[in-house]
Design a binder for this molecule. Structure first.
Ligand code: AMP
Length: 215
């Protein structure tokens, strides 16, 4: 079973593709954004720091995120999808160390390629279920919920992430270009990088990912 990393600008479909991969290949989905969305609500200095950094669209410190991830990685035994980690070169090096100590390795790093204007449109339309892990987009016919504000899968209410707005998007996208995009060369040099076009729809993106994973 494979271990993979998804790299993408905000709202390019990392979460959506992770769920499709998880269902088809029975791999564990590790979203550092999801881990942080839980940790930010803790009544502690760390919780408050995470909340303010996320709301500004900035990266949470490597120390906090590495600790959260280390615990999760040790629970994996059937292949995993890293969604949102690493976000910079330092994290990629920390990941190498963590994996080495667990006797694991990354098989594929998949970049979801999406132009900035399209990413902005998706960020503003994204809606998430308050109860299950379903993801919708009110601006895309194939991803709209059948009933406005209600999850198709479980019937619970949908919500919009507090960092899914035009202003925070600007910071998140700039952070992606400055800190995360250099990972593309880092993994290209290791010979495990693949780039897929994420601009058409989720099925088109997933078909390209399946080709990579089925190789
Ligand atoms: P995401 O759900 O992947 O879009 O992440 C949402 C936010 O969580 C990001 O804008 C960051 O503030 C924070 N975050 C997620 N993953 C990381 C990471 N690996 N390192 C630092 N911050 C992160």
């Amino acid at each position: 079973m494979k271990n993979i990393i998804l790299i993408a600008p905000p709202a390019a479909g990392k979460g959506t593709q992770s769920l499709l991969i998880k269902d088809k290949y029975n791999m564990m989905h590790i979203s550092t954004g999801d881990l942080l969305r839980v940790a930010k609500d803790e009544d502690s200095d760390t919780g408050r720091l995470i909340k303010s950094l996320m709301e500004e669209g900035k990266l949470v410190t490597d120390e906090i995120i590495n600790d959260l991830l280390k615990n999760k990685l040790s629970e994996t035994n059937n292949g995993f999808i890293l969604d949102g980690y690493p976000r910079n070169i330092e994290q990629a090096k920390a990941l190498d160390d963590m994996l080495e100590s667990l006797d694991k390795k990354i098989d594929n790093v998949i970049v979801l390629d999406l132009p900035k204007e399209e990413a902005l449109k998706r960020v503003c339309g994204r809606r998430l279920c308050t109860s299950c892990d379903a993801i919708y987009n009110i601006f895309e016919d194939s991803m709209k919920p059948k009933e406005e504000g209600i999850c198709d899968s479980c019937g619970n209410a949908l919500y919009q992430r507090t960092d899914d707005n035009e202003e925070t998007f600007g910071t998140r996208f700039d952070t992606y270009l400055e800190k995360t995009a250099p990972l593309i060369d880092f993994y290209k040099d290791k010979g495990i990088l693949e780039v897929v076009d994420s601009s058409i729809n989720k099925e088109h993106t997933f078909n390209q990912i399946k080709e990579i994973l089925d190789k």
